[in-house]
Design a protein around this ligand. Structure first.
Ligand SMILES: Nc1ncnc2c1ncn2[C@@H]1O[C@H](COP(=O)(O)OP(=O)(O)OP(=O)(O)O)[C@@H](O)[C@H]1O
Ligand SMILES: [Mg+2]
Length: 369
């Protein structure tokens, strides 16, 4: 396979220019173009470029470079932050995947839709429980569209000074589209929650109205993504501004199997084990599965031992079903554990044996007793 690719001299010059100006939005855009262009004849190189773009998105900022981000005049804190594109893949159920893809293709085919009178606002509202992948999806959308993602810091947006809040909203809604970026209102319920804080109702109404006006005044092509845990707290008038919706739920059994496979086995798991773990983790979010997996992997690396799947199973049952009492360590009652797995979670013997350290014969005796 060839490791050489040809870069048009214009791209190379622009890339050098952008690098020296620390304009990393352009560095990423040009590099991404080169990666897409070389994907067909040098897939390995293309992959490496894409990885490099993702991995190295943030250090420029860490090294002291900062774009001229809009700030709150009083506190001087930034109103938006650029969020790096994610490296982690996202696993979605069929219906969410469909909306995700249709959103991206609508943005990409904007001109065509426009010609046929079919455009609408490119605004997406995501709702659902914590840790189910909303923020991650926003990052994937930005990366698929090759656009920078600007997260609006709602806490700094709402100023204690009357009038500044409206100015802040304006400056964010002016700044981001100018950068050809996506406006991301993450944890959007913070706006609605102001109601319970010391802010008065009139002030909240003003904030919401200014926000609505700001959304309405955007160019049709501008993209706004909002994410919330509590869609029901949002104003109806806000809902109407978001024609695309993704309602996240806790992952179903198939999705959980994929999440275990990815986070615990780095995509190398076997179907029996991942299905066994999926069966016992019914109330866990993607973030929960990730956290249990990573702590098991850390332990295995540090103690230089194999992954302890039995511990993973116990951890998952404990987090997903706090009502079930499972002892661990010295007090572990393996027979009880196997019976619980069999009776309560409907694991068959092969599945139990894939996660519990015991022999087939012992397991049969446990289950027969
Ligand atoms: N569907 C998923 N696919 C892949 N990874 C996931 C998924 N859901 C959660 N994760 C993992 O959990 C982490 C946290 O998810 P994320 O921040 O996107 O959740 P969220 O829905 O935005 O939660 P919150 O409502 O608390 O902001 C992700 O970075 C990822 O590692
Ligand atoms: Mg989030």
């Amino acid at each position: 396979m060839s490791l050489d690719i040809t870069i048009p001299s214009q791209d190379l010059l622009r890339l050098i220019d952008a690098s020296l100006n620390a304009d990393y939005t352009s560095v990423r855009q040009i590099s991404n173009r080169i990666a897409s262009h070389s994907a067909s004849f040098a897939p390995e190189v293309s992959k490496k470029i894409k990885l490099a773009i993702r991995r190295n998105g943030v250090p420029l900022r860490a090294s002291g470079y900062s774009e001229n981000l809009p700030t709150d005049p009083k506190s001087r804190s930034a109103l938006v932050e650029e969020q790096a594109w994610p490296v982690c893949p996202v696993f979605l159920n069929e219906s969410l995947k469909k909306t995700f893809e249709s959103f991206i293709s609508s943005v990409k085919n904007y001109e065509l839709l426009l010609k046929n009178g079919l455009t609408g606002r490119m605004n997406l509202l995501m709702s659902g429980p914590p840790g189910t992948g909303k923020t991650l999806v926003a990052g994937h959308i930005a990366s698929a569209l090759n656009m920078p993602l600007y997260v609006v810091r709602l806490d700094s947006l709402v100023s204690s000074l009357l009038g500044d809040t409206a100015k802040n909203i304006r400056s964010v809604f002016d700044f981001v589209p100018e950068k050809n970026g996506i406006i991301f209102l993450d944890e959007f319920d913070a706006i609605a929650k102001l109601r319970n804080d010391h802010h008065e109702l009139g002030e909240l109404k003003r904030v919401v109205n200014t926000l609505i006006q700001a959304i309405d005044s955007l160019d049709d092509r501008a993209i706004v993504i909002a994410a919330t845990n509590h869609a029901e707290l949002l104003d109806r008038a806000i809902w109407r501004r978001f024609p695309y919706r993704m309602d996240f739920e806790q992952p179903d059994i198939d999705l959980r199997a994929h999440l275990w496979d990815h986070f615990l086995f780095q995509d190398q798991g076997d179907a029996t084990t991942t299905s066994a773990l999926a069966k016992i983790s019914s109330n866990l979010s993607g973030a929960d599965i990730e956290s249990i997996s990573l702590s098991a992997r850390r332990l295995s690396v540090i103690s230089d031992t194999k992954l302890d799947l039995q511990d993973v199973a116990i951890d998952s049952i404990r987090s997903a079903h706090p009502d079930i009492n499972i002892l661990s360590g010295e007090q572990l009652n393996k027979k009880e554990l196997c019976r619980t797995l069999h009776q309560q979670f409907r694991l068959n013997q092969v599945e139990i044996l894939s996660i519990i350290k015991t022999s087939r014969q012992t397991l049969s005796t446990y289950l027969k007793e």
